[in-house]
Design a protein around this ligand. Structure first.
Ligand SMILES: [Zn+2]
Length: 215
């Protein structure tokens, strides 16, 4: 759900960071419905919703407001903005009168986020996936870019949603970028990348995954 704190603006969950219960803006169900619709428009099928997207993924914000209102009578541009501003994962960004998804596209976009500066990045995978990846590299499957994590622990946690015993692939990002592979920083946790050839990949040893003992 989305709520509003008089001092800190929109937030998700029961309480604002300051402890205020705030005022309800949108309930859980509608927040989910709006979230799926915006993701569809900005990540997966803009044309189906009548949205025009430029090559960097930007869409007209007012037009997106019209689209959500045409689908849900309770929706509005203000609610889209509230949803975007309260999103801790920073899925979307608003610049002037335009809006775009920062990552997670299945449509063909050419994103222009800042270049990655971490020398090492990580990718979580199942055991079978890991074997295959080490032989052929990491390629985007249903998405435009590969999503990498800034820490091994984060990569492992993300992969636990898909597999019981994740392996962690370490990516020599510095070397790959030097060789021309484009990698971009999306937020604190996520780096997106073009296809990564196998020569920049190695399997992280289980003994280097100390957090597993604590989990
Ligand atoms: Zn607050």
């Amino acid at each position: 759900m989305i709520k509003r704190c008089p001092q800190h603006g929109f937030f998700r969950g029961e309480l604002c960071q300051c402890g205020s219960a705030g005022q309800l803006v949108l309930d859980e169900t509608k927040t989910e419905q709006l979230g799926r619709l915006v993701a569809g428009g900005l990540r997966h099928f803009p044309a189906d919703l009548g949205l025009e997207m430029d090559c960097h993924g930007w869409v007209d914000l007012a037009k997106l407001g019209e689209v959500v209102l045409s689908r849900h009578r309770w929706a509005s541009l203000d609610l889209v903005v509230a949803m975007i501003q309260s999103d801790s994962k920073q899925r979307y960004e608003i610049r002037g009168d335009r809006v775009r998804a920062r990552y997670g596209h299945s449509v063909d976009v050419d994103l222009d986020h800042p270049e990655n500066r971490r020398p090492l990045l990580y990718y979580g995978a199942s055991e079978e996936e890991a074997d295959r990846i080490l032989e052929i590299g990491i390629k985007p499957a249903s998405q435009r870019y590969v999503h990498l994590s800034g820490t091994a622990e984060k990569a492992w946690h993300v992969a636990t949603f898909r597999t019981g015993n994740p392996k962690v692939i370490q990516v020599d990002a510095a070397a790959a970028q030097k060789a021309g592979v484009k990698m971009m920083t999306v937020n604190e946790d996520i780096v997106i990348s073009e296809t990564i050839p196998y020569i920049y990949l190695s399997l992280l040893a289980t003994r280097d995954m100390a957090w597993r003992e604590k989990a």
